[in-house]
Design a protein around this ligand. Structure first.
Ligand code: FES
Length: 69
């Protein structure tokens, strides 16, 4: 299971964005199922939920074309 963590203690929030990604706010690191840590450098990041992104774990908007087909 992917985890979003904050090192500063700030509350991390996660919200589903329509049929697309999960929007994660205030996380400092994303830990994916394989145990890899992905540093977060922006206040809000989008995590892929369709598993088709070329930039996993980040959403690259591929879901838009996949769901249209
Ligand atoms: S949710 Fe956007 S590419 Fe997967």
């Amino acid at each position: 299971m992917t985890e979003a963590r904050s090192r500063s203690g700030e509350q991390v929030s996660i919200r589903q964005y329509g049929d697309g990604p999960l929007l994660v706010r205030h996380a400092d690191v994303i830990v994916t199922d394989d145990g890899r840590e992905h540093e977060v450098t922006r206040p809000v990041v989008a995590l892929c939920t369709c598993q088709r992104s070329q930039r996993m774990p980040w959403c690259d908007s591929t879901h838009k074309s996949v769901r249209r087909d």
